[in-house]
Design a protein around this ligand. Structure first.
Ligand code: PEP
Ligand code: MN
Length: 337
């Protein structure tokens, strides 16, 4: 249930409604917009509570949200969420391109990759410093050293950086360096981690869990937003199906569905979504045609030498080809790149 207050209400009146909601057994989430305040009443909706609130003089209207996810739902907010990070608008008409290697492998390697990403026209630089690897014997990432290298790459290129946080313990250090903090597919339902990310002052890119339904994905986003952090990007990255020709099945239909249900920006990661560089360009085109607000693509100067995910990484040349084609699709649906 959401409570929309009249424009220009005083703090004391807002507090009064919040207290009322708490007495009625709801948790309260306040969202302060430019000219009005909206209170999210967290808990099962009750008609009598709605009637009681509706008559308060500072209340404009009370809306019962039928979806289990509230603050991230379109019922709560009809306008699309847009926010700027490092000078780039996310969620607007202009598509956002994120490029970089799977992992930060070393200083020279990453600075080279960053320069190429910049030259290829990426808006954000990606790279993992904390890697969630299936095998404990695989390269696990350079950890804080990797974050420092990413920060240096940002200084050199001007590109803001996106990197994954693996656990609650490293939230503080990752948020200190990153412009956008990524939650990987394996952590989409790590609820303690999500709640903690609700408290940070950094946008979060939330990958869809490889076995998560769209509703579970939106509920995961609700954890972050209800914790107080409204800057969340949803990222479809493929789900597990019976198909073995691809690493995952990229669920393109999740893009229009997530955008229908939620006001949050939706990105697509065709690299993990397919696991093979040959399918990255066609699936990027499909993602943009379906309404994706951004693409996150693995790009490596020499994919054959990559310490992880080389087989799904584009070379800078292939990335440029992809970008040219994406631009045409974007234009055909009234968007720019
Ligand atoms: C990644 O983007 O580096 C990554 C590990 O992705 P995912 O969590 O989607 O597997
Ligand atoms: Mn990867």
């Amino acid at each position: 249930m959401i409570v929309v207050l009249n424009p220009g209400v005083e703090e004391i009146e807002i507090k009064e409604v919040e207290d009322r909601l708490k007495r009625l057994g709801f948790g309260v989430h306040r969202s302060t917009g430019e000219n009005r305040t909206i209170l999210g009443a967290l808990g099962a909706p009750k008609e009598d509570a709605r009637d009681a609130l509706q008559v308060m003089p500072c209340v404009e209207k009370v809306v019962i949200i039928s979806q289990p996810f509230k603050l991230v739902s379109k019922e709560y907010r009809k306008e699309r969420t847009e926010f700027e990070v490092g000078g780039t608008l996310i969620g607007g008409d202009r598509l956002v391109l994120v490029a970089g290697p799977c992992a930060v492998e070393g200083r020279d390697e990453f600075l080279e990759a960053a320069k190429l990403a910049k030259e290829a026209g990426a808006h954000f630089l990606r790279g993992g410093a904390y890697k969630p690897r299936t095998s404990p014997y695989s390269f696990q990432g350079l950890e804080e050293e990797g974050l420092k290298i990413m920060a240096e790459a940002r200084d050199q290129t001007g590109l803001p950086i996106i990197t994954e946080v693996l656990d609650q313990h490293s939230v503080e250090v990752v948020a200190r360096y990153a412009d956008i903090v990524q939650v990987g597919t394996r952590n989409m339902q790590n609820f303690r981690l999500l709640s903690e990310l609700g408290q940070i002052n950094r946008p979060v890119l939330l990958k869809r869990g490889m076995s998560a339904t769209i509703e579970e994905w939106l509920m995961a986003a609700e954890y972050i937003v209800s914790g107080g952090n409204s800057r969340v990007i949803l990222c479809e990255r493929g789900i597990r199906t019976f198909e073995t020709m691809t690493r995952n099945t990229l669920d393109i239909s999740a893009v229009p569905i997530a955008k229908e249900l939620s006001h949050l920006p939706v990105f697509v990661d065709p690299s993990h979504g397919t696991g093979d560089w040959r399918w990255v360009t066609p699936m990027s085109l499909a993602a943009v045609a379906a309404g994706a607000d951004g693409l996150m693509v693995e790009m490596h100067p020499r994919p054959q030498e990559a310490l992880s995910d080389g087989s799904q990484s584009l070379t800078p040349d292939k990335f440029l080809e992809m970008k040219t084609m994406v631009e045409r699709v974007a234009q055909s649906i009234g968007r720019t790149l």
